[in-house]
Design a protein around this ligand. Structure first.
Ligand code: CR1
Length: 830
């Protein structure tokens, strides 16, 4: 029950909520009030953390009226809402974005100054919520930002992990993971609502019964349950008065937590039961692009999806809403396969809880979901063993079997006699063991299936799900990823933003295609000069940050060559590493003079999944090579390798604007899209990249002359694979490559230990699944072209300006428009 129990008589009680005055005085008053009443301290006795928390509350207070108003408007309009279901949201820090969305930056700065405080210091106090691994989680955060900015009703649903992505440290060059205690100093951006908790059931069995009308029905008799407590976060639109909601679920033990093994009546056991329940939202699985297949992971997936569906149906719809019309009010977007268990869950709700017959329920369910696939690696498509699924969610497994039976009947009808095809397409895999192919389930159930860049969507149709695209040609579509220009240009790159706004006005922040108007400025020497000045400012900001954060010294005047992304073999950090080792080897063998090298600093940022040995060995090797290169007097001032630990959104915001060269060097056909690639181009870095993922579209848009393409194309990769790839032949026939690999093999970077990195080199020479050696030559040749161009300052800057001017397509606002048009068929609410 919501609202007062009798009609309010005080005029204020029915007036709309009003924000604090939009003035320095108004701000100071609100800030001090928050400091005194929320933190319970006087300014003179306040810690930086107190000040940060009070500042966050103050900014929230400015957003509050908009948030409440957005809720009212959305309910009244009965508009269709986008329900974004994602196991990850890599949000980044909230304060800067909230200041930007409210235009409070200057007021806050001046107000705090008048209180003797420094805004930048308080901003640095914030620990980012790292509730995601990489691109997929950051994409979700960009999408909800865009939807709010575009006035589209959206609820993001996810998990409030108590520990987000681990904090990476290096010990003797090896990655060591530390828990991410992002909640330790308080979490001012969230609003817990324990009273609105939802119970989620697990385990048990199903039974048949006959209802009052004499119909045979099934019910689930679960064995144990947990509570999902919602935590709401504001998702402010940029300067538009809209604030959407992100609702993250935290697991708690129910009072009657009745898991049998914990039922001994023992107090210690009871507490253990509590821990067991709370484990569900305890920690983010740090695997990126490869699933884990662990029971707790499936618990997490069902937990947040069950909470979210219940929440939407019970709380967001008016009482008595006819669920047959559910598709008019919601479109759930499945962010990869992680939330796909929502499909049988909605069927269960409709059939078991609301008495729908099967066909009616399937009709509704099929209209409520759409599925985004984010990968091409076959091993990354989730398959849950039927044994596990049946044990944890017995009713859901039954429902999946029934969906599959009906689906296969359809396949057999469409392709009579093609039994192999039916087996290939079955949602239930029989080999090597029985499991549920979640991507197939999502494809069968969803209105649409999309890939995340043109090439990826094409390969998805032709190679990953060819049978499905034949059966449902209209289901498949593409939406190329995008990034929010608010966070990744306007906020991260204030100098460039100012320069752009001076030239073309401020409209680009919400209409990024307008960057096109910058094109003529590429030929304006004065503009180019200012553009370089902005880049120089970003570099010096990064230099200060890395000195203080990591004790890393960035030399002046170097080409800043940046490769930041998760560590994965398919992304080929090892190719970048071989380039560095080769430069070092060439100088020391006398093949080139150090003085002839273009002064270059290579910056890596990368976390490896804790159980991914090859990735961790690669990190170790990069750090060892860095140590030798950086200590080498011959290379002093010519080549430097920097690997700051714990790359995250906060660091990205400083690193990307400073970069000259963006490394996007995955094997063609492996990177679904990439989104870092877009951020670099938008911030005026030139890309060296393969024809992979969204690189293809970046190159097409910015033009070949302003993009360094290298390596095999996807069809060439496929052909080489088919004819038989032998990395050893590249090693044997390319002296420069052989010398680089031999140098690592010799123990040169491991204090003479020949075995330390043997696995990395052996793998490259004998297996090399991602064809690093095949692309080595082309990569080095193209790096030489990079250097040549970099020597021509004006030509380089001109290309950099054109990269900015021609990358407006990569705004996540455009991605959202594509989803609205091609998938959700819903409208903004003004
Ligand atoms: C892809 O690897 C893509 C992001 C966002 C990643 C990357 O190329 O840009 O998704 N996939 O679409 C992923 O994390 C679980 O899969």
């Amino acid at each position: 029950v919501y609202g007062p129990s009798s009609t309010p008589s005080h005029p204020l009680a029915t007036a709309p909520v009003s924000p604090p005055p939009f003035s320095v005085d108004g701000f100071v008053k609100e800030f001090l009030h928050e400091l005194n009443t929320n933190q319970g301290v006087a300014l003179s006795r306040s810690s930086i953390n107190d000040q940060y928390l009070a500042l966050a509350s103050t900014v929230k207070n400015y957003l509050m009226a908009r948030w409440l108003e957005t809720g009212r408007k959305t309910r009244e309009s009965q508009a269709k809402t986008v329900g974004y279901l994602s196991a990850e949201y890599l949000l980044g820090r909230q304060l800067g974005n909230a200041l930007l969305a409210t235009d409070l930056g200057d007021i806050a700065q001046r107000g705090l100054e008048l209180c003797g405080l420094d805004l930048a210091t308080l901003r640095a106090q914030e620990v980012e919520p790292g509730l995601g691994n990489g691109g997929l989680g950051r994409l979700a955060a960009c999408f909800i930002d865009s939807l709010a900015t575009m006035n589209v009703p959206c609820i993001g649903y996810g998990i409030r992990y108590e520990y987000g992505i681990f904090r990476q440290t290096f010990v003797d060059g090896r990655q060591v993971e530390q828990p991410d205690t992002w909640l330790a100093l308080g979490s001012p951006w969230e609003f817990p609502h324990p009273e609105a908790s939802v119970t989620v059931h697990f385990g048990g069995h199903t039974e048949k019964y006959t209802d009052a009308a004499g119909t045979e029905r099934t019910r689930w008799v679960p064995e144990w349950n947990v509570l999902g407590v919602p935590y709401n976060y504001m998702v402010p639109g940029y300067l538009n008065g809209r604030v959407n909601t992100l609702r993250l679920w935290s697991a708690q033990a129910t009072q009657a937590f009745d898991l049998q093994i914990f039922n001994s009546g023992d107090y210690a056991d009871a507490v253990r039961a509590q821990t067991f329940a709370e484990n569900i939202s305890k920690v983010l699985y740090p695997e990126d692009s490869t699933p884990q297949g662990k029971e707790l992971r499936l618990q997490q997936q069902y937990f947040f999806v069950a909470c979210s569906l219940r929440d939407f149906i019970d709380n967001e719809l008016e009482e008595g809403f006819d669920l047959h019309r559910l598709p008019e009010r919601i479109h759930f977007q499945l962010n990869d396969t992680h939330p796909v268990i929502a499909v049988p869950e909605l069927m269960r709700i409709l059939v078991d809880d609301h008495g729908f017959d099967w066909d009616e329920a399937w009709e509704v369910t099929q209209q409520c979901f759409a599925y985004t696939c984010h990968t091409l690696l076959p091993e990354a498509l989730e398959i849950w063993s039927t044994e596990l699924l049946g044990r944890l969610l017995p009713r859901h497994l039954e429902i999946i079997y029934q969906i599959n039976d009906e689906f296969l009947a359809r396949v057999r009808e469409a392709f009579p006699g093609d039994e192999l095809r039916a087996r290939r397409m079955s949602i239930i895999a029989e080999y090597p063991s029985r499991g549920v192919r979640m991507a197939y389930l999502a494809t069968v159930a969803g209105t649409k299936v999309n890939g995340v860049a043109e090439l990826h969507s094409q390969l998805l149709r032709d190679k990953v799900l060819p049978d499905f695209s034949e059966l449902y040609p209209d289901k498949f579509t593409n939406v190329t990823n995008g990034v929010t220009p608010r966070r990744f240009v306007r906020m991260a790159n204030p100098k460039l933003s100012e320069l752009i706004t001076d030239a073309i006005g401020s409209g680009w922040v919400t209409d990024l295609e307008r960057l096109r108007e910058l094109e003529p400025y590429a030929d304006d020497p004065e503009f180019r000069e200012q553009f370089r000045a902005a880049k120089a400012w970003n570099k010096s900001r990064l230099t200060d940050l890395l000195a203080q954060r990591d004790g890393i010294e960035l030399p002046d005047g170097h080409l800043l060559d940046v490769m930041v992304k998760r560590l994965h073999e398919y992304k080929r950090q090892s190719l970048k590493l071989l380039h560095i080792v080769s430069l070092y080897e060439q100088v020391h063998s006398g093949a080139i003079a150090a003085a002839d090298l273009t002064p270059r600093t290579v910056v890596f940022g990368a976390k490896a999944a804790p159980g991914y040995k090859m990735a961790k060995d690669t990190i170790h090797l990069i750090n060892k090579v860095a140590a030798i290169v950086n200590a080498d007097p011959v290379l002093e001032g010519r080549l430097k390798v920097a690997f700051p630990a714990n790359y995250n959104v906060t660091l990205a915001e400083k690193l990307i604007p400073a970069a000259d060269l963006s490394e996007q060097i995955s094997l063609a056909g492996m990177e679904a899209s990439g989104t870092g690639n877009m951020k670099f181009a938008l911030n005026g870095a030139l890309t060296i990249g393969t024809d992979d993922g969204a690189n293809v579209e970046i190159r097409e848009l910015v033009g070949d002359k302003h993009f360094f393409l290298f390596g095999m194309s996807e069809p060439e990769v496929a052909q080489l694979g088919a004819q038989g790839y032998h990395p050893g032949s590249y090693y044997e026939s390319n002296p420069r490559l052989k010398a680089a690999l031999d140098l690592i093999w010799s123990g040169h970077f491991s204090d003479g230990d020949r075995y330390l990195f043997d696995s990395v080199v052996t793998n490259l020479v004998h297996n090399d699944r991602f064809m690093v050696l095949a692309d080595f030559d082309s990569y080095l040749a193209t790096q030489a072209k990079v250097e040549e161009k970099y020597a021509d300052v004006d030509a380089w800057t001109r290309s950099a300006v054109l990269n900015v001017a021609r990358s407006g397509f990569f705004s996540s606002d455009r991605s959202m428009r594509d989803y609205l048009k091609r998938i959700w068929h819903t409208q903004p609410v003004i």
